[in-house]
Design a protein around this ligand. Structure first.
Ligand code: SF4
Length: 403
């Protein structure tokens, strides 16, 4: 008898494992941040560097999530996906089902066969993007502490961060344990920190090459593209495919402002370098771009789309990813007048890019009560980084007087 698919089903908890920068395990990186770790009966979080990956896979927490996904229920951990769907956007769940669906067992204790692994080997990064945090970039720690002293309310969800969390665990990680569970892995996702900066990531590639796994494995990167060395080709040439997802949140000074302290010239140079690698014979490389839609760039997204089109990329190579948290950086915060302005700027792109769903998400709710917090946060970062919003975002800055 053909099984009917639960409307809330997600394939990830049947074939995927994700670890945060602190090594904590979770069903996937889209699960509620900091609140969805897989824990044992005593409340201890399972870690990617621990011995108990199989135990974690069959733990009560995981079983409960699977049961809900099989029962047409929405697990709390997966709130992000269902919120996106109710806003009319495609969710990671829907994308995962489309890409990875297989004849899974309708059981809450499926075989422990990881096909897709998301591994973040610490929070080492060379940037401190405005929408990032100390968990994802070690460059943020000092500034975050300063911000907390002055405005402790800003990141309530990060209040427990004390900078003492062990982020050096990858140094001691013994890949032997991980390799016991790697024989079914088809794809490995590296995000950060900045993976191309992290030494342990190269050690893992070495091990995959030495143990003859590389030709069967797809490497999937989320990178800020500021660290593309020539040596990387010596690693990548051994792998089945390399997917390079490049994070850019604006062009020129705007990208430098958001993704501080990146330099646009270097980014363009490295994008061209990646383009020539993808056209060459040595590495099987696919490029795509992730643009995080947020308060800092929504008014200038049309300029980014023009830049993107000029470089002759396909619309499919662009993922417009909406920033949910922190709330004061969410595009719903934009005042009504400026939302209208965004519509005028984006509508000409409606036939090529999913800008209509972006507009409808933005207009769904009015969160302008967070606007003063947005300016307060931005002023702090401007002071700390010696930057000026009035120079980079004049249209938004001028709205400060209407508050
Ligand atoms: S439903 Fe969404 S959040 Fe939950 S495991 Fe699937 S992709 Fe992740």
């Amino acid at each position: 008898m053909k099984k009917t698919l639960s409307k809330t089903f997600c394939i990830f908890p049947w074939m995927h494992l994700s670890s945060s920068t602190s090594g904590s395990l979770r069903p996937c990186c889209h699960c509620n941040h900091g609140k969805s770790f897989i824990k044992d009966e005593k409340g201890r979080v399972y870690r990617i560097y621990g011995e108990d990956l199989k135990k974690a896979w069959h733990s009560p927490v995981y079983r409960k999530i699977r049961q809900k996904l099989l029962n047409n229920e929405k697990p709390e951990e997966c709130k992000y996906c269902f919120q996106k769907e109710s806003a009319g956007l495609i969710s990671p769940r829907q994308r995962a089902n489309k890409h990875w669906m297989f004849e899974y067992q309708q059981s809450v204790t499926p075989p422990f066969k990881i096909r897709y692994l998301d591994i973040r080997l610490g929070n080492q990064c060379n940037l401190r993007c405005r929408m990032c945090d100390p968990y994802s970039s070690h460059q943020w720690i000092k500034e975050y502490k300063k911000m907390k002293q002055e405005n402790s309310f800003v990141f309530p969800e990060l209040n427990e961060f004390d900078g003492k969390m062990n982020m050096n665990w990858p140094e001691k990680m013994d890949f032997k344990k991980l390799f016991k569970n790697i024989s079914h892995v088809e794809e490995i996702y590296f995000a950060g920190g900045e993976p191309l900066l992290i030494k342990k990531h190269y050690d893992l590639l070495d091990k995959l090459i030495d143990e003859n796994y590389s030709s069967k494995i797809v490497l999937n990167y989320n990178t800020n593209i500021t660290k593309l060395s020539d040596q990387i080709l010596n690693y990548w040439k051994h792998f089945k495919l390399v997917k390079l997802s490049i994070s850019i949140d604006g062009i020129q000074d705007l990208n430098n402002y958001i993704r501080y302290p990146s330099k646009w010239n270097l980014i363009e140079k490295n994008i061209s370098k990646a383009e020539s690698i993808s056209k060459g014979e040595t590495v099987n490389l696919e490029m795509n771009f992730t643009y995080t839609v947020q308060m800092y760039n929504i008014l200038y997204t049309d300029e980014f789309l023009k830049w993107f089109k000029k470089r002759s990329y396909l619309p499919l190579q662009l993922s417009l990813s909406i920033l949910n948290d922190p709330k004061f950086l969410n595009i719903k915060v934009l005042p009504k007048v400026l939302k209208k302005r965004v519509e005028e700027k984006l509508l000409p792109f409606k036939d090529e890019f999913p800008v209509l769903s972006l507009i409808s998400y933005m207009n769904k709710e009015d969160w302008s009560q967070y606007l003063s917090l947005f300016f307060k946060y931005s002023d702090f970062l401007d002071r700390s980084r010696n930057q000026k919003m009035s120079k980079i975002l004049p249209e938004l800055e001028s709205y400060r007087n209407h508050l």
